[in-house]
Design a protein around this ligand. Structure first.
Ligand code: URP
Ligand code: ZN
Length: 475
């Protein structure tokens, strides 16, 4: 790791944007951190200590993006994601995101600490060009397994994830969720839930298949918004009982969001995220054959225009904490379709590289969001929730910085993206406003919208798991 090795850089004359406002000014990056902001940065040039001055006039300068929901180098139902840590991180930084939270899935019977260290070793071996951390996935933990959580906290783990969907695969019972929430409350961990009522969805799927309905549109019809809202409600009640911090991932519908809003009003410590696809795509994408629709299949499914409007309003009103990508990239032309009915299409879609540009184009340019909203929703709020460094342009913060050209046009395409996946749900959309350059720990890692070829290791690899780095040498 070469944190701090980059020469000082002054970004001159940009619009510095934070979660609370925007103002023109200079930004000094030195020794891997933001060394000075505004007039203090300008003054440092005359002292002769600044090696390089970069004119960023007319550009936005933002804290590097934080995407706390990506699936990289992961296997679901026997198929591996198209992006590993290296290619996923290349796409992430090309899209202005410098910090990622992935998921660590312990093998059956594996010690949780071993699973976390094994995840860490895979990341380090791939040397990704972004900071990586993970949420720890639990399914049906015994008390003895939950006893291991304190040691995971020592390693730097801050959050757990449980699924209320996918019976027979990852689904947890309500009892497991409650016991996990109780332990999490004692250890100040946040518990993420994938909130859909798995057993009820299984009933609807069985009835649909028995009725001869095999088309992808039935993916959405068998996962109705009511069963998302019900699972969110159940998780909120259990979190309330346990006094735990709950975070609902990928909220797709108005009904589920309303449950979160109501729970927060009565004091439940619950937050929510949504994703670009729930803001921009609807259930019409599932019309047609499996091969036409497969790229748009995710769970919960994309819904309708009224849901989208409610989610946009929720972003503005701080009811939704942030926008994550849920980047879950399977090769469309090889892996996504595994059989001839809708249950045989792998869930998930890509988006880590496009998240900030989509939110800028469809949010800020349309007036639905302000520039500070953009920073809050793509960086600050996730950094705060998961106790990560960054998320603000302030002295001492990591020099993870995005320089964004609000006028550059970019046509989104699988052919030109930097992720390894072979399709894009946003194929052919031209956004106005695109990533120009990105600094990671003060080192230029993206120039002209493309990751730079570098010698040596990534300037920063592990997030809030810095103790992992120490253990790397002592194990
Ligand atoms: O469809 C989605 N949301 N992703 C697939 C993997 C997961 O965690 O559900
Ligand atoms: Zn996911």
């Amino acid at each position: 790791m070469s944190d701090g090795a980059a020469a000082p850089v002054l970004l001159r004359g940009g619009l510095l944007i934070g979660p609370d406002g925007a103002e023109p000014g200079d930004l000094l990056l030195a020794e891997g951190v933001i060394a000075a902001v505004g007039a203090a940065a300008t003054q440092r040039v005359s002292s002769g200590s600044v090696v390089e001055v970069v004119d960023v006039g007319g550009r936005y300068v933002l804290p590097g993006g934080v995407d706390p929901h990506v699936h990289l180098d992961s296997v679901f139902r026997g198929r591996r994601t198209a992006d590993d840590f290296a290619s996923g991180a290349n796409g992430a930084v090309a899209g202005g995101t410098t910090s990622l939270l992935d998921f660590c899935f312990p093998a059956p019977g594996e010690l949780l600490t071993d699973a976390v260290l094994r995840w860490r070793d895979r990341v380090v071996a791939q040397d990704p060009l972004a900071r990586l951390g993970c949420h720890l996935v639990l399914v049906e933990p015994t008390d003895a397994v939950l006893d291991q959580l304190a040691e995971c906290v020592e390693l730097g783990v801050r959050s757990l994830k449980l699924y209320l969907a996918y019976p027979g695969r990852n689904m947890s019972t309500d009892g497991a969720l409650l016991r996990t929430l109780q332990r999490a409350a004692a250890l100040d961990l946040t518990v993420l839930v994938h909130a859909e009522n798995g057993p009820a969805i299984e009933v609807l799927i069985g009835q649909a298949l028995a009725g001869g309905h095999r088309e992808p549109a039935w993916h959405a019809l068998t996962r109705p918004a009511e069963l998302e809202a019900e699972a969110v409600h159940r998780a909120c009640v259990l979190a309330e009982l346990a006094g735990a911090k709950l975070h609902v991932v990928h909220v797709s519908g108005a009904a589920a969001l309303q449950v979160v809003v109501d729970a927060r009003r009565r004091g439940v410590r619950v937050t929510a995220e949504t994703c670009p696809h729930y803001l921009l795509l609807d259930s019409g994408t599932l019309a047609g054959t499996a091969h036409q629709a497969a790229g748009f299949v995710c769970s919960p499914p994309t819904r309708d225009a009224a849901d989208q409007d409610r989610l946009w309003a929720g972003l503005r009103a701080h009811e939704i904490a942030f926008v994550a990508s849920d980047h879950c990239p399977f090769l469309l032309h090889r892996d996504k379709v595994m059989g001839d009915d809708f249950t045989q299409i792998l869930n998930g879609m890509p988006g880590v590289e496009q998240r900030i540009m989509l939110l800028h184009h469809f949010g800020v340019r349309t007036g639905r969001l302000t520039l500070p909203d953009l920073v809050r929703l793509t960086s600050t709020a996730a950094a705060d929730l998961f106790d990560l460094p960054g998320g603000r342009l302030e002295v001492g913060a990591p020099a993870d910085v995005l320089v964004f050209d609000p006028d550059r046009e970019l046509t989104l395409s699988a052919a030109t993206q930097h992720c390894a996946v072979d399709y894009l749900p946003y194929e052919g959309i031209t956004v106005r406003g695109a990533v120009e350059s990105v600094y990671l720990a003060g080192e230029l890692v993206v120039s002209g919208g493309h990751p730079v070829t570098r010698a040596g290791t990534s300037p920063a690899r592990l997030l809030h798991l810095s103790r992992f780095e120490l253990q790397e040498t002592s194990r």
